[in-house]
Design a protein around this ligand. Structure first.
Ligand SMILES: Nc1ncnc2c1ncn2[C@@H]1O[C@H](COP(=O)(O)OP(=O)(O)OP(=O)(O)O)[C@@H](O)[C@H]1O
Ligand SMILES: [Mg+2]
Length: 148
């Protein structure tokens, strides 16, 4: 990968998905927000593991479904958010007080971003995951138009 432009990749294994995320991590500007869009078990948390590796973190990234937000410190602050348990209301999103945790340089990455009020409109990068009939993952990387 030479730059982050829209592309579609087939990842046959979880390791391939992680490797893709490690590549993506290299091209993220400081203070990026990423939406991971895809169904249950599609590979979103796996992708976050790869991001953490890409940032050189020795983080044991797990699904934050019960915590909603996990924070890992390193060259950037990696904020891993799982909105699965939110109801999509502005109040639920405000209640997270996310701004308080966004200490630059950060990378905010959200699973189930559809349930985070306003997030999809302002994130810099959307990544779509679909599971193929052979269990491979089709991953579409889509930077926002104003992405730098
Ligand atoms: N190509 C692949 N990419 C990612 N994960 C894969 C792939 N092939 C198999 N897997 C497996 O699928 C599962 C994906 O789980 P993961 O927790 O990453 O999904 P998720 O999208 O975060 O799910 P959830 O919505 O429940 O949080 C893992 O067990 C992983 O090992
Ligand atoms: Mg997950």
């Amino acid at each position: 990968m030479e730059q982050l432009v829209e592309r579609e990749i087939i990842c046959k294994t979880a390791n391939e998905t992680k490797n893709l995320a490690r590549e993506v991590a290299k091209f993220l500007p400081a203070n990026s927000s990423i939406a991971l869009i895809g169904g249950l078990g599609a590979g979103k948390t796996t992708f976050v593991r790869g991001l953490a590796e890409g940032f050189g973190m020795d983080a044991n990234v797990s699904s934050p479904s019960f915590n909603i937000l996990n924070i890992y410190s390193g060259v950037v602050t990696l904020l891993h958010l799982d909105a699965y348990r939110l109801d999509g209301s502005p109040q639920a999103t405000d209640g997270l007080m996310l701004e308080d945790f966004l200490i630059p340089p950060y990378c905010l990455v959200a699973e189930w971003p559809e349930l985070l009020h306003g997030f999809l409109d302002r994130c810099g990068l959307k990544i779509f995951f679909t599971v193929g009939s052979d269990f491979s993952r089709r991953i579409i990387i889509r930077p926002a138009k104003c992405w730098n």
